[in-house]
Design a binder for this molecule. Sequence first.
Ligand code: SF4
Length: 339
Amino acid sequence: MTKDSIQTIEQSMNVDWQQLALKTLQGELITKEEALQVLQADDDELLAVMDAAFRIRKHYYGKKVKLNLIVNAKSGLCPEDCGYCSQSIVSNAPVTKYPLLEKDVLVDGAKRAMELQAGTYCIVASGRGPTKRELEQVTAAVAEIKATMPLKICACLGILTDEQSKQLKEAGVDRYNHNLNTSEDHYAHITSTHTYEDRVHTVEQAKQSGISPCSGVIIGMGETDEQLVNVAMALRELDADSIPVNFLNAIPGTPLEQLSNLNPRRCLKALAMFRFVCPTKEIRASGGREVNLRTMQALALYAANSIFIGDYLTTEGQEAAADHAMIEDMGFEIETCAL
Ligand code: SF4
């Protein structure tokens, strides 16, 4: 631990978290140092930090929780080498591999989203970027879903060209997800086949096409506190509307399989930090929620206003009924699908 970190922890013992929330609510951006204080708050301060984050969350989102359902539209077979991903070329994890799902299967997934009260259906495909045929298949499914169901559609298909993002917009895609994942100076430790810049560029491109940008992180990939704060600040700068905060689920067979430095308190403080840094944005407690937050999952809702329901790409989530019950037990309510 550096001298600076020790100093920040000491300072965090004296922070008035409610005052920091008030400053945020008054429209003032919090500084990098303040974000670090949230992240490095003493465990004894955890409830005070979450209470202050809740004050901000409640101001912008009340007690509503947005549900998102993922379909793994194309699994495995990816030439990229993202160290956290079970579908990458360097992963030995035994994942099911299949090409892009047929249109009808994608539409059936949207019906399942409706059944589970998910307002957003996320069509996620592995790979560096979509082929012409894949894009046509996705846009055909999106057009049908948008014509028949009151769902928001988020697509996550990798790196996009300008033309591809326009095609997605025309088909009715509301949101495009492309996570920054980690800070610029940590990126090369996680992936070598594309750059942080490539990711920023795709988010910008989606934005320019009129699609709402969704971009987030995976925490627990060996980043420092400063690097986690830096990527939060970068997402604030990028003006991402929706920020998924994933917690590394170190899958055996992936290069990061040995990493497991998270605990539920750290995950909660990270969510709170994102709420403070990006107060008005959708903060989603995302992949790895169940395995990393464990018995403290429900507390995530004090900072986050959005979660995934159902399974993740190659790992299982908890039963949808358990998520519905968690929201009800907390006295929160599901945000209904309305466009
Ligand atoms: S995260 Fe996406 S681009 Fe990276 S290896 Fe996995 S599927 Fe491929």
